[in-house]
Design a protein around this ligand. Structure first.
Ligand SMILES: [Zn+2]
Length: 220
């Protein structure tokens, strides 16, 4: 998994993706953690038009993976993008998902300024690099919305994201098959809102891939 890069390691010592501790020099695995085995978890997100939006993830949102994603999202551990993107790319290849472009669920410019990075964009870029496919930022936030993470009910989450996303002014979406990337799928409301914006702009198909699935485990 983690490759040693002698020069870079002095400045950016590799960390265990599960507990976040710096690995002992010369080791690529953590003495304290057992790696979580990835799988392909499918979810089906119901769409307002009655269609179903397929979503897959290599992990369930629990235990060490949940901790890792919280550090990735809120604590600046951006190198975790490579760790998760590798498994996301693996699903895209193994499942032979049809796509012509990768994009991400965007965070608001305000939040990006505060956090310093857009975790979804990091994941999508890294995954695109793994599978040698084009990455393009196709979506933007139309307005600032409350962070889904802190909204508990499904209803509140769906209401919060309705019409919150739009396709960027000069983005080419018509005729594309889009692989939509995000960190976590919980109710699927955000992914659904993004998929709707993409379809309205002429996307032929949208499939979602996230690092972890928090919702139901169903295979469409
Ligand atoms: Zn560890």
């Amino acid at each position: 998994m983690a490759k040693r890069r002698p020069f870079l390691d002095l400045f950016l010592p590799p960390r265990c993706p599960y507990c976040g501790k710096v690995l002992p020099y010369g080791r690529t695995d953590c003495p304290d953690c057992t790696p979580v085995k990835p799988d392909t978890f499918w979810g089906a997100i119901p769409q307002p038009d009655g269609e179903v939006l397929p979503c897959a993830a290599p992990f369930r949102y629990q235990g060490a993976i949940r901790q890792a994603l919280l550090r990735f999202k809120f604590r600046g551990e951006v190198e975790l993008a490579d760790f998760f993107a590798g498994y996301i790319a693996q699903i895209a290849e193994e499942q032979e998902l049809p796509f012509t472009v990768l994009t991400n669920v965007p965070i608001s410019p305000w939040r990006k300024l505060r956090r310093g990075y857009d975790q979804g964009a990091l994941l999508a870029r890294a995954a695109a690099k793994c599978i040698r496919a084009p990455y393009r930022p196709l979506l933007r936030r139309r307005r600032h919305i409350r962070q889904q993470h802190f909204l508990l009910s499904t209803r509140a989450r769906w209401d919060n994201v309705r019409n919150a996303f739009a396709v960027r002014p000069r983005a080419k979406v018509r005729g594309e098959y889009v692989l939509l990337i995000d960190d976590i799928a919980t109710t699927g409301a955000t992914l659904s809102a993004c998929a709707q914006a993409l379809r309205q702009a002429g996307a032929k198909g949208v499939v979602c891939l996230t690092a972890a699935l928090a919702g139901r485990r169903i295979r469409p």
